[in-house]
Ligand binder design. Structure first.
Ligand code: UFG
Length: 327
């Protein structure tokens, strides 16, 4: 049985769907602060906080949990800079509580969502797992600290883990039943699509004076179902005796903010209004992954490898659920 913390959130809920569609037994553990119960579907669900060690230990025993996929975290870069206490408390101290509960209950395997934000500003080459990790945000710092804990817990207690360093998660489940719904929304693709739906007057482009081909920031967008697939492979790898390790997850191709807007115009057929605004503090100019390591070692391969497909899946969700999970 696999316990998924944050399984009611965006990446968590898609991973739960994918796991269950392949016959895995899953229990979702989420405090529903940012997650949505509607996204959980028919999976067994426990409402709980990762700080509640007692409830975690009880849930591990009740469901005979042998592995954990850990998504529960706050993930807004901007907010992490204005309220670092919230991020260190929840992401760092919360993860320690989870790890302690796992130790107490003898749960040995952990797949954990890390981030491209652990690298910071690396210049414009492809980022490999050996690129230096120098986070430029508190959010990135919390993810790096979590990686460090896991490495030490492996050495001392034999707890094995795979850290997946995501680049920009995007898109929605092919069914159109679940998708991205953050409040407030801060991510580029949903905001562009909200502008397409007329819920915003325009999409603001955060800076066009970066050292990139058109001056706007370049990111590597990876479809949420491809991310989910990587978690499943990572779990299988650990259960088959694999050693603790870490992988980048991206498509290996970067798109600028302007290119993403152009793609969304093409996919939706709507002439989405855009306006250049000032830079957002903490944004590196370019973040593009080399995912060769996970391809080589776990046979992972993105199925959604074009930005058009990724944006089309997001559009299917947003155009049919203009208010997310709210009726
Ligand atoms: N952007 C805009 N206008 C907007 C929103 C975003 O121009 O209204 C730009 C951003 O400046 C950035 C790009 O679009 O250049 C992508 O921004 P997102 O907020 O969608 O994503 P980020 O790259 O900032 O963040 C993502 C994840 C984070 C993770 C980070 C790692 O969402 O969780 O990558 O760097 F920490």
């Amino acid at each position: 049985m696999i316990l998924v913390t944050g399984g009611a959130g965006y990446i968590g809920s898609h991973t739960v769907r994918e796991l269950r569609s392949r016959g895995a037994d899953v229990v979702v553990y989420d405090n529903l602060v940012t997650g949505h119960i509607e996204a959980v579907g028919s999976a067994p669900f426990v409402k709980g906080d990762i700080f509640d060690k007692e409830l975690l230990v009880k849930t591990f025993a009740e469901y005979k949990v042998d592995s954990v996929v850990h998504f529960a975290a706050y993930s807004l870069v901007g907010e992490s800079m204005s309220d670092p206490a919230k991020y260190y408390r929840n992401n760092v101290a919360g993860t320690l509580s989870l790890l302690d509960a796992m130790l107490e209950a003898g749960v040995k395997y952990l797949v954990f969502s890390s981030s491209a934000a652990t690298y910071g500003d690396t210049g414009d080459g492809l980022i490999t797992e050996d690129s230096p990790q120098r986070p430029t945000s508190v959010y990135g710092q919390t993810k790096l600290m979590m990686e460090q804990f896991m490495s030490d817990y492996d050495k001392a207690y034999g707890m094995r883990y795979v850290a997946l360093r995501y680049f920009n998660a995007a898109g929605a489940h092919v069914s159109g039943e679940i998708g991205e719904a953050h409040k407030p929304e801060s991510h580029l693709i949903p905001i562009i699509l909200q502008a397409a739906l007329g819920q915003r007057s325009h999409i603001g482009i955060f800076g066009d004076d970066y050292p990139t081909r058109d001056g706007t920031c370049i990111r590597d967008y990876i479809h949420i179902t491809d991310l989910a697939d990587a978690h499943i492979r990572a779990l299988d790898y650990l259960k088959n005796g694999g050693k603790s390790t870490y992988y980048n997850l991206g498509n290996g191709e970067g798109f600028s903010v302007k290119e993403v807007i152009e793609t969304a115009r093409r996919v939706t057929g709507i002439d989405i209004p855009a306006r250049v605004e000032g830079r957002r503090p903490g944004d590196p100019a370019t973040l593009v992954a080399s995912s060769e390591k996970i391809k080589r070692e776990l046979g992972w391969k993105p199925r959604f490898d074009s930005l058009d497909e990724i944006v089309a899946s997001a559009w299917k969700w947003h155009s049919t659920h203009p208010h997310g999970f709210e009726k």
